[in-house]
Design a protein around this ligand. Sequence first.
Ligand SMILES: *Cc1c(COP(=O)(O)O)cnc(C)c1O
Length: 408
Amino acid sequence: MKRRELIKGLGLLPLTGGVIGGVLASQPASATPKQHGAKRDLFEELGVTRVINAGVTMTFLSGSLMMPEVMEAINSTCHDFANMYELQDKVGAKMAEMLQCEAAMVTSGAACALLLGTAAAITGKDAQKIKMIPNLPGPRPEVIMQKSHRYLFDQAITTTGAKITEIEGPEEMDKAFNINTVLALFFNAAEQSSVSREDFVALCKKHNIPSFIDAAADVPPVENLFKYQKMGFDLVTFSGGKMIRGPQSAGLLFGRKDLIEAAKLNHSPHEAPIGRPMKVNKEEMFGMYAALKSYLERDHKKEWNDWLDRIERIRKKLESVPTVTGETYVNPGPANAFPSLYISWDQSKVKIKPTEVQSDLQKGNPSIVANVADKDGAKVLNVGVVLLRPDQVDIVAHRVKEILEKAV
Ligand SMILES: *Cc1c(COP(=O)(O)O)cnc(C)c1O
């Protein structure tokens, strides 16, 4: 399913406050705070509805559930101060080693990484420019993008004062480079590309302009964390709070050392620069480091099989309702490339529409967020499993079954 369809499928939900975000879950500590031994239930105290995310990572649904290792990293470091320059450098060096690239840093999300990477390409280490951006004198810096790659997040690029030069095809791209060009951005999950990744990188190298790839939501597979720097992209970003399951307010920016250094100069803890409002504190830094380490060390095959098992468990339960059939759908990616369950039924027998099931699920407490997808021109209910806590798999199956049975 395409992201756009996904978002359409969420029509019932409030979509303000940033739609595309997110993350997932697999073996986090399970159950309610009381069951965790917590003294206080802040959901209850504030009257906030708990949400079960049977979809994909979404910023407005708070991204992912952080891995226990991430919480441990945050909790075990919160009792001491740290020098943030030193911490960013040390965490960055370690992550660069893990990612097999020259340099890395923690940002406040992939959108922040887009902005900082662009700022770095504009200013380099020039203190005067860093002080003035986005109000530099002279013509606006230009960032090359394919027409079909324009997307919501490119406002993070133009926030730096840069403008986007749209191109189509390698020849147009070749001609688009000029004295004002500072960067070229590739949106990895774009539905169509008129310039391949390889040609894109080659043209940037030919014109000596940095290339940047936004792969924010593009793990799994884990190999993608290495793929694009190996291809020759100068900068790469991934969200920290999607399937890597770090803090949702964290992201990774990595690649060429001079650019990462320039990006840091445009960021907090420096007091004035354009990135100061996108502060990252030590919780996100230690947390992001722990999340990346845990993600790289995870048994991805086992995790994948666990997702398939969950789908089977839900499918079996639902297929006990007359005419209901389930089917595993594997999103080809690059974004959200993982399996989920498509559920369909004969609506003359089970008299409810997929969108109505979706809405009933959402209205419950805990609220369950699932999607509606198109399959061969018909709507189907799409239940995601990758963000469920283990104890939520049966809850979701039970609730969907209940709603379908009532409509028989
Ligand atoms: C999620 C996403 C972003 C934004 O990432 P954050 O980490 O939420 O800032 C940017 N680009 C793409 C393609 C995304 O999917």
